[in-house]
Design a protein around this ligand. Structure first.
Ligand code: ADP
Length: 310
């Protein structure tokens, strides 16, 4: 079983309003609400790949109840820490061919909430063989929080994949206990290193030689339609993908993490791991729903991914 962690899940609400009127009343009929947060996208895609998944994290209030209800409807096992505060709504207004987002920051956790979650996480680790941690930390928790989660995984010999950014990613990377895999994009790499990283083999390989990446088994730098650049142990790979019709690219990084998690859990050889991760990313971009893939197309696109060892 794979454990997916979402520390600040949300209900994502989309309001299609073709002609949005500022400072006026906008009425909306076709409201769409989904359980959101990067880790929940990962959980959904893992489930669609036919793998057992357990979703955890922190939630509360009626919004939290709605998230649990949605996960249960999708037959995704879940075990979240419930807190005495309301989880967040994230609103996307789709108007005039644009997308305006209003993102609540969500609850502020107390130190007790943090310890209660870590205790739950440790218990859950007993029944899982791989962990994915995705997205930002809620307010109130130290930026070293994910670092402790990676350490607890390592203590139990369970590989942990971390897909986050900013200070919490930096904290994870500066620790001597390393995650098993990370999936930064080029923007995140640039932020981490504090210097521009370009989409060239020389710039990327030089970036990944930085001390902060030493000891991480898999570094998958995803590059949207350009595929990925990867460091596995001391090997580098350039992975290219075919041109596809993109419907909605939101969540493709999460779908990539899901593919990576499933292939790594099955200890697949490197080319299969990378082809699986790229295929799930691509399949997500081909669907309107975020964190959703059509597995009927899996083998067709898997065959079209090219993995070249450099
Ligand atoms: P993130 O959302 O984390 O920045 P990316 O945009 O790099 O992640 O997307 C992750 C993966 O999804 C890519 O490596 C690729 O496999 C697939 N993907 C994303 N955008 C496209 C696209 N425009 N065309 C084809 N595949 C895409």
């Amino acid at each position: 079983m794979i454990l997916t962690v979402t520390m600040n899940p949300s209900v994502d609400i989309s309001y299609p309003i073709p002609e949005f009127k500022l400072d006026d009343v906008n009425r909306v009929a076709a409201v769409r609400k989904t359980a959101g947060g990067k880790g929940l996208n990962v959980a959904r895609v893992i489930k669609q790949l036919g793998e057992n998944v357990l979703a955890t994290g922190v939630l509360g209030g009626t919004i939290g109840d709605y998230i649990i209800q949605e996960l249960t409807k999708a037959e995704i096992e879940n075990n979240f820490l419930k807190i005495n505060q309301e989880s967040r709504n994230c609103i996307a207004i789709l108007h005039d061919g644009k997308q305006t987002e209003i993102l609540e920051s969500g609850p502020t956790l107390t130190a007790e909430d943090g310890s209660a979650f870590l205790a739950k996480y440790e218990t859950l680790l007993s029944n899982v063989s791989l962990v994915t941690i995705s997205g930002s930390l809620p307010k109130g928790l130290a930026s070293s929080f994910y670092r402790s989660m990676v350490e607890k995984g390592r203590d139990k010999g369970i590989p942990v994949i971390v897909d986050t950014s900013g200070e919490s990613l930096r904290q994870v990377l500066l620790h001597n206990v390393k995650p098993f895999a990370i999936k930064p994009n080029i923007t995140e790499l640039t932020q981490l290193l504090g210097r521009e990283v370009e989409q060239s083999i020389s710039s990327l390989s030089q970036a990944l030689e930085d001390d902060m990446f030493q000891g991480i088994e898999w570094i998958v730098v995803s590059m949207g339609g350009a595929g990925a650049f990867v460091k596995h142990g001391s090997d580098f790979y350039r992975v290219t993908i075919p041109p596809i019709d993109v419907v909605n690219p939101v969540g493709s990084g999460d779908a990539t993490v899901a593919g990576l998690a499933v292939a790594l859990k099955h200890k697949q050889p490197a080319p299969v791991v990378l082809k699986t991760a790229m295929t799930t990313g691509m399949l997500n971009t081909m669907e309107a729903a975020t964190g959703h893939i059509n597995t009927a197309y899996f083998s067709r696109f898997f065959e079209l991914v090219n993995v070249e060892k450099i």
